[in-house]
Design a protein around this ligand. Structure first.
Ligand code: RNT
Ligand code: ZN
Length: 420
């Protein structure tokens, strides 16, 4: 191992010349919460006792051995991953990850079914986020919150209501805001004749959920849009325009927009949407993912778009206003490696964005010196002296420098995962 202290001192000296305070950049990076999605650990299956696989137009591919088969294994795998993910963390659960004796249907779930998760979070000192599960269920085949059948729609409205109450329970137990993401896969394989009706029903369902739970405290609600799903290619009820319209029309302090990096046409990017979203809202929920040709939910990479998103949040001054959550599911590799890699990349992109002379860049722009602006932005694109700072930070957090963590995770695979 090279001399980490020396690297850090040199980086400090380097950044000082540009007026960037490295210690402050490390502190902000460390304190920015990232919500780790639980569903990478078991390929989005959950712990309900009924049959049936993953539906809703999302898909995991691969059959790598060692996935978590029960809540104990999932928590154990999460703990292993969290060991190598530096900084403030939350864990993001789906309603389908409940713990109950027999079959408990989606319209029957209660805080008690998530008590073990809450106990665990309190013990770890982390917050919990939540998601209603509007898929992988016999009643989700012909739509959920937008279903034509009134009974089916009422069933899912009840699910949404119960999820908000569970969100409050998480807030009460952990003392940290619970961010709920509302996503429905509702859509159509073919072009529908009536594109408005389902949207009016979805709007009414969300209204009913929020009206019935007006008293709920400590919860934020992201409304997530999508362009299409597998088998639902032609029409999505909760499209971007629908969700943006819904959120903005509510003028609520807890109903916010969710932007998932895999949910747009291939040439559209979330980084370009943030400035507009923040012209109308105080908070945004981010789902950081990696779409390869479609919403494939590959492990988050340290790529241009992830970096651009974090740069944008820092430059907008909205890093602390944004709820950052990961959302990917790769079943073709060691799932702990997937978590650690995706989460470290997300955190590293935040660190890189904080190690830039944003004030000087803004000043050049204000002064109309667009040449300096271009030169400066480009100078810091490569990350300058990011790695020595990142390595120093990881060492300080005991999260493994470089690939140090990989050996331990491989050993965990040999001793634990491969025996499942
Ligand atoms: C699906 C959405 C949604 C899900 C999770 C499992 O396209 O991105 O957020 O990935 O709810
Ligand atoms: Zn998502």
């Amino acid at each position: 191992m090279y001399d980490l202290q020396k690297g850090y001192e040199l980086a400090k000296e380097y950044y000082q010349e540009y007026g960037v305070d490295v210690d402050e950049a490390i502190r902000i990076c460390d304190e920015t919460p990232i919500s780790i999605h639980c569903w990478q650990g078991d390929d989005v299956i959950g712990f309900e006792k009924h049959e049936g696989g993953l539906t809703g137009g999302i898909q995991t591919t691969g059959n790598y051995p060692g996935k978590a088969r029960n809540p104990e294994e999932l928590r154990m795998d999460l703990e292993k991953a969290m060991q190598y993910i530096p900084g403030e963390k939350k864990v993001n659960l789906h309603a389908s990850y409940l713990e109950a004796e027999g079959v408990v249907d989606r319209n029957e779930i209660e805080p008690a079914h998530f008590k073990n998760w809450a106990d665990w979070a309190v013990e770890k000192g982390i917050g919990l986020d939540f998601n209603p599960t509007y898929f992988s269920h016999p009643k989700s085949e012909k739509g959920t919150l937008s279903a034509l059948d009134d009974d089916v729609r009422a069933f899912w409205v009840e699910h949404g209501i119960r999820c908000r109450r569970i969100g409050q329970y998480f807030y009460e137990r952990t003392g940290k805001t619970c961010v709920i993401n509302h996503w429905t896969p509702d859509g159509d394989k073919e072009f529908p004749v009536d594109t408005l009706g389902p949207r009016l029903r979805l709007k009414d369902s969300y209204d009913r959920i929020f009206e019935a739970t007006k008293d709920v405290k400590g919860v934020m609600d992201g409304i997530e849009s999508k362009v299409f799903g597998i088998g639902l290619e032609s029409y999505t009820v909760g499209s971007h325009e629908f969700c943006m319209g819904y959120v903005m029309s509510k003028k609520s302090d807890h109903i916010i927009l969710t932007l998932d990096t895999g949910h747009y046409h291939p040439t559209e990017v979330v980084s370009a949407k943030l400035g507009a979203a923040y012209a109308f809202s105080d908070h945004v929920l981010l789902h950081v993912s990696r779409p390869i040709r479609w919403d494939s939910d590959h492990v988050v990479a340290y790529d241009d778009e992830t970096k651009a998103i974090m740069e944008e949040l820092v430059r907008l001054g909205k890093l602390d206003a944004t709820y950052i959550a990961t959302d990917f599911f790769d079943a073709s590799i060691n799932r702990v490696v997937a978590w650690v890699t995706g989460l470290r990349n997300t955190r590293k992109a935040i660190q890189a964005a904080l190690l830039q002379p944003v004030e000087a860049m803004k000043k050049a722009e204000r002064d109309g010196d667009v040449s300096t602006r271009l030169a400066m932005v480009q100078e810091f694109k490569a990350g300058a002296m990011l790695n020595p700072v990142w390595d120093y930070y990881c060492a300080k957090k005991n999260a493994g420098v470089g690939l140090e963590w990989l050996q331990d995770v491989k050993q965990y695979e040999a001793e634990v995962l491969s025996k499942r």
